[in-house]
Design a protein. Structure first.
Ligand SMILES: [Cu+2]
Length: 153
């Protein structure tokens, strides 16, 4: 898709814009500006929770959400490379338990490079306790580096 657009743009740059395209481009712009005017206001930003990762803990290590709540964890490592894995399934989930956390741009393990804030957008859909942990081996107490998200009804 992106390649096609690039080729189209390159063609326009090389050959100039044919008249019929100019007209349709103009009407498309008109259409877009009309739509922009009737578009409802952008969705309110999700609640943002700043979280740090450093040897060997997440801070905060406990997060409380309500069902239906959308939140952005802004996770930053302050010492070395860590990772964060968040279970989409509640603790004690059986084989047929549906996931209760939804991730926008889900990753199994978000890599946390030192000093780089990583946004992790989550929507809580089912009550339960959801564990998270460091998923990049980071040293002696790596396995202790855990936390929990509590989703209340
Ligand atoms: Cu670790």
């Amino acid at each position: 898709m992106r390649v096609t657009i690039l080729i189209a743009v390159a063609a326009v740059l090389v050959f100039g814009t044919p008249a019929y395209m100019r007209d349709s481009a103009r009407s498309m712009q008109d259409e877009q500006s009309k739509q922009a005017k009737i578009r409802p206001p952008a969705e309110a930003p999700p609640r943002v929770i700043a979280m740090t990762a450093k040897d060997f803990e997440f801070d905060p290590a406990e997060i409380h959400l309500k069902v239906g709540e959308k939140v952005r964890l802004q996770v930053i490592s302050t010492d070395r490379t860590h990772g964060i894995h968040i279970s989409a399934f509640p603790d004690g989930a059986k084989a047929n338990t549906p996931p209760g956390l939804a991730f926008i741009f889900g990753e199994d393990c978000w890599k946390l490079n030192k000093g780089v804030a990583v946004p992790v957008d989550i929507e809580a859909t089912e009550p339960g306790t959801y564990s998270f942990l460091c998923c990049k081996s980071c040293g002696t107490d790596h396995k202790r580096m855990t936390g929990r998200i509590y989703v209340e009804p």
